[in-house]
Every structure is written in structure tokens, then in C-alpha cells.
Unconditional design. Structure first.
Length: 116
């Protein structure tokens, strides 16, 4: 707009405010267009991701077996038989007054006097 008015043109205060307002509006319009473009790209990417996920679910099941309801996964036992590990887990659940299926045991290891 300045180049249309000429090089030596003097602005009054209302003209300057109008020019500033036009500049701000122009910047906001360009930002809104960019925002719309970003939303459009995001929408397209989400569509492609949904298609990719649909193909992945059709693939064979993973190698990990399905856990029983209430199960918390595997536990590693070091020098402990299954019966002793079950008793330790039951005692801990009883002392904490928590259901056994809400606890997660990662490993159980027997500690002996010689091992210290």
C-alpha cells in the first residue's frame, strides 16, 4: 500500500492506524490459512495411520501368549521351587491385605547365609 502512495507521502494518524490495522488483519488471515493447511495435513496423516493399523491387526498374533484374567505376567524364580514361591506370594498378599491379582512379582530369589 505504501508503494501506491508514493515516496514522499505524509500519513495522518487515522491513515497510519488504518494501515497498521490492514497489516494485522493480513497477518492473521495468513496464519489462519496456515493453521487450516496444518489441520488438513494432520487429518490426511491420521487417515493413512488408520489404514496401516488395520493391516497390522490382520497380521498373525504376536509371539507372547495371552495372559489369564487377573494375571500379572511372568516371574523369575532363582533357587526357589514353585510351591515355596506360591507361599511367599500368598504371605505377602495377606500381610498387605491386597488381592494377589493386584500384586506384580518380578522375581523371587532365595537368600542363604553362604550367599551373603
Amino acid at each position: 500500500m505504501l508503494f501506491l502512495l508514493g515516496e514522499g507521502t505524509k500519513f495522518t494518524v487515522p491513515q497510519g492506524l488504518l494501515l497498521a490495522l490492514v497489516g494485522f488483519v493480513l497477518v492473521l488471515v495468513v496464519l489462519a490459512v496456515l493453521m487450516g493447511f496444518i489441520y488438513l495435513l494432520s487429518y490426511v496423516v491420521r487417515l493413512f495411520e488408520k489404514k496401516g493399523k488395520g493391516e497390522e491387526t490382520a497380521a498373525p498374533a504376536s509371539a507372547e501368549p495371552a495372559l489369564a484374567p487377573g494375571s500379572s505376567g511372568d516371574i523369575k524364580l532363582y533357587n526357589v521351587d514353585d510351591r515355596t514361591a506360591a507361599m511367599v506370594m500368598a504371605i505377602i498378599a495377606d500381610e498387605l491385605q491386597t488381592p494377589l491379582n493386584e500384586l506384580r512379582f518380578i522375581s523371587i530369589k532365595e537368600v542363604t547365609e553362604e550367599g551373603k
